[in-house]
Write a protein that binds this ligand. Structure first.
Ligand code: SAM
Length: 277
């Protein structure tokens, strides 16, 4: 790595937090990769399957999903993002993997989720993780997903869950203690708990909705949610990171929580698997 590498990012809380690592493991390996793997297993015959990651950033998710599904043949992989620089980073990593490790290439492109560069009924599986909450008016983007999906094709969408009990309790405690709870919880990590720059420039979470809102939108465009998938419980927690036995407890408790009736009250993220009619 060159001397010009900006190490400040690597030194931030999220790069070193075990709970944050657990968050991404659950999101990428369990919610996205396992779901796509299950869908690919259901495929009949040797027909070509197209998988596209919408709002892929530098492709972190689609590379992880590919790695879990690498044994499936006749699959074409794509990543699309509005941000050209991010898509170019994905393309560079894909080139590296192909040239150095002989892996199948992933096609990265810059494009807008509201105007997808794919023909009607041409895609088998879409994934879109932590993107729709950034769109002021998400419905036309969902309609665009529906347009490009083949009949019976799937879209796996993840987004923040506002009905998250631990978070709601945290906010309430913070109010009661006049900001004391947040200071205690984020001790020494105040800069991460401040609103990120993306929010300051108007690119924050502008469309965070409870599950029934998404469910109704997907139903109106004939792409109903056929499976709701629970995500991780915490999006990085300095408090848990300071008390490591709690992380162990969380890791053991999480698969149990996944099975409980109130499981969706204990997740930061909702996974919605939708199928086009
Ligand atoms: C929070 S990031 C999520 C990135 C990636 N999916 C992940 O989970 O790591 C949101 C991404 O959505 C992309 N995005 C936002 N609006 C978009 C649009 N209209 N079309 C395509 N991508 C968009 C952003 O450029 C950004 O990379």
């Amino acid at each position: 790595m060159s001397d010009k590498h900006d190490w400040s990012n690597d030194e931030k809380f999220f790069a070193r937090s075990w709970t944050h690592i657990f968050y991404f493991w659950k999101l990428r390996q369990v919610m996205l990769a396992n779901t796509v793997k299950t869908l690919l297993k259901k495929r009949r015959g040797d027909n070509l399957v197209r998988v596209v990651d919408l709002g892929c950033g530098p492709g972190t998710n689609v590379f992880d999903v590919y790695d879990v599904c690498a044994d499936f043949k006749h699959v074409q992989w794509f990543g699309l993002d509005l941000n050209q620089r991010e898509a170019a980073m994905g393309a560079a990593r894909s080139r590296y993997r192909s040239e150095q490790r002989g892996m199948q290439g992933i096609h990265f492109m810059s494009g807008d989720i509201f105007k997808l560069p794919f023909a009607d009924n041409s895609i088998d599986i879409l994934i879109s993780s932590e993107v729709v909450e950034h769109l002021p008016d998400p419905l036309p983007a969902l309609q665009e997903m529906q347009r490009v999906l083949k009949p019976s094709g799937y879209a796996m969408v993840t987004t923040p869950n506002p009905r998250n009990l631990p978070e709601m309790v945290g906010y309430a405690l913070d109010k009661i203690t006049f900001g004391g709870f947040k200071k205690f919880y984020w001790k020494g990590q105040d800069e991460v708990s401040a609103p990120p720059l993306s929010a300051e420039v108007g690119f924050g979470h502008v469309s965070v909705h409870a599950f029934p809102v998404w469910r109704d939108w997907f139903a109106t465009i004939d792409m109903p949610v056929v499976k709701k998938i629970r995500g991780p419980m915490l999006f990085g927690s300095p408090f848990f990171d300071r008390h490591r036995f709690l992380i162990g407890l969380l890791v053991m408790l999480d698969p149990i929580l996944d099975r409980l009736p109130f499981r969706f009250l204990t997740t930061t993220n909702l996974g919605m698997l939708c199928q086009k009619k």
